[in-house]
Design a protein around this ligand. Sequence first.
Ligand SMILES: NC(=O)c1ccc[n+]([C@@H]2O[C@H](COP(=O)([O-])OP(=O)(O)OC[C@H]3O[C@@H](n4cnc5c(N)ncnc54)[C@H](O)[C@@H]3O)[C@@H](O)[C@H]2O)c1
Ligand SMILES: O=C(O)C[C@H](O)C(=O)O
Ligand SMILES: [Mg+2]
Length: 607
Amino acid sequence: MMWRNIAAFSKAAAAARTHGSRRCLSTAIPGPCIVHKRGADILHDPWFNKDTGFPLTERDRLGLRGLLPPRVISFEQQYARFIESFRSLERNTQGQPDNVVSLAKWRILNRLHDRNETLYYRVLIDNIKDFAPIIYTPTVGLVCQNYSGLYRRPRGMYFSAKDKGEMMSMIYNWPAHQVDMIVITDGSRILGLGDLGVQGIGIPIGKLDMYVAAAGINPQRVLPIMLDVGTNNQKLLQNPLYLGLRQPRLEGEEYLEIVDEFMEAAFTRWPKAVVQFEDFQAKWAFETLERYRKKFCMFNDDVQGTAGVALAGLLGTVRAQGRPLSDFVNQKIVVVGAGSAGLGVTKTAVQAVARMAGISFAEATKNFYLIDKDGLVTTERSKLDPAVVPFAKNPAEIREGASIVEVVKTVRPHVLLGLSGVGGIFNEEVLKAMRESDSCKPAIFAMSNPTLNAECTAADAFKHAGENIVFGSGSPFENVQLESGNVGHVNQANNMYLFPGIGLGTLLSGARIVTDGMLLAAAECLASYMTDEEVQKGILYPSINNIRHITAEVGAAVLRAAVSDDIVEGHGDVGPRDLSHMSKEETVDYITRNMWFPIYSPLVHEK
Ligand SMILES: NC(=O)c1ccc[n+]([C@@H]2O[C@H](COP(=O)([O-])OP(=O)(O)OC[C@H]3O[C@@H](n4cnc5c(N)ncnc54)[C@H](O)[C@@H]3O)[C@@H](O)[C@H]2O)c1
Ligand SMILES: O=C(O)C[C@H](O)C(=O)O
Ligand SMILES: [Mg+2]
């Protein structure tokens, strides 16, 4: 396996990325785009609309003459105008409550999204660091919470329990002929915000925005899906404006029949699509993953994407300590949260230890401590969930149900990682206890989203746990100015660094399933991306500004793993033999060339 080579590869990767990041943004002359509509219908279609940017000849050809003011405004002018209105909104809302400002920013972006997708995705790609926190975590959480009130226009498709028996025909209501990426939720566990029912549609929309921005999936080929099987959120059920089914969630077979029907319908119409499951409550996240992963091209981002990002972070912390990667097997890791994300991370990290040390899975669990809402999980617990059994500790080591602080004080872990969804649970006492860690650079990952649900803030982590820590959080925080004059670096430990590459690499390989090998390759690629110099400064993940480049690398790693697993079927004109003959560089190049980039294409009308 590659683990030993990660540090060596990282230097070469860093050099390549300085080189490569320009390439994927280069703007070749765009090919024509066929439209089947004319006149005002084009202006009202955000896929084709160019607003005042339609050249005069195109206005003639498409029946737009007279429907727009006479001046033609260039793309660059339109872009500058939007950025100026965004900046002026920032100035005008200064001093207002954070939620008000965030929603105002989301609205202005959403209006552009609804009107002109080319311009929208261009401003998103170019300003990803500023805009990701609006269209993705944390603001997307606020949008979901307020969705029924914010709703103006539909986006994506809604399949409800009332549509049983109809889905195979309904799927043909979607206007695009080709769909490459689908992100689906049932709204049952939206970030750390719980059951938000139909309002959870904001999550697939935000994830697919990241697919377009990071992976260059053509926005005409993405499909956000809400599977509305009811909600158990009483507040929503009582809200007269709630837009979802007003019934308790379906359970058991009734629930699975709905998901089965959707999967059959989607893959019947688009057999080559990739489906990402997102924000399902743990029991359904695991059950659907097992049920579909050998049958359909799908993966669960919260279980599998998060596991890869966390593993890359954990390996990074070993490097940050100046230790060889092989020392990963000696790291003591406390994971707080034993749900879809926490269990996915723990299982993957234990597997990595077992592989590296050449020991059994059971032996490799020795240095892992799993804590859930009832405290430390031990074998003494009655009604132990089968999924946590492999990680349950012997109560003779530490008592059943021990609190986080007790566990930290007893174990003196190298890493404290939170995926509990409970804001502030790494309180002052817990963080101070991490000062006694056996690591020279203790690591704290507060991975829960959105910001208020993070287990601690970045500032508190550096203040209480010490200035020598490594810190990661699921939602963005500003870097922290330390008393020593140094900067405490904040890593965004978020699955956004992997899911776009997993989806894109799978799509372009033409694989019909997503294997463990493909997921592991994605994690290894991310783990080897940073240089030793960066890692020693506590920088474990790349800047989000490099997201297209890292996604191309991850996508290539996933594709090459699919080749190794002998499951590629090719994509478009590129067959399985072509894929298997590509070198690593050629694969990255192939992935990069297939990324869509927002630029106005000449529109050609066809009846
Ligand atoms: N950063 C990322 O990339 C990323 C990825 C996936 C999930 N997440 C976040 O992780 C959180 C959990 O997601 P999930 O899907 O695992 O949820 P989940 O509901 O499946 O699991 C939550 C777990 O936390 C435990 N828990 C609840 N209260 C606790 C407490 N007081 N002390 C200790 N443990 C407690 C529960 O017992 C459960 O095991 C969410 O906030 C989500 O946003 C982040
Ligand atoms: O959506 C995110 O930002 C990460 C993750 O998928 C989550 O559920 O929190
Ligand atoms: Mg999620």
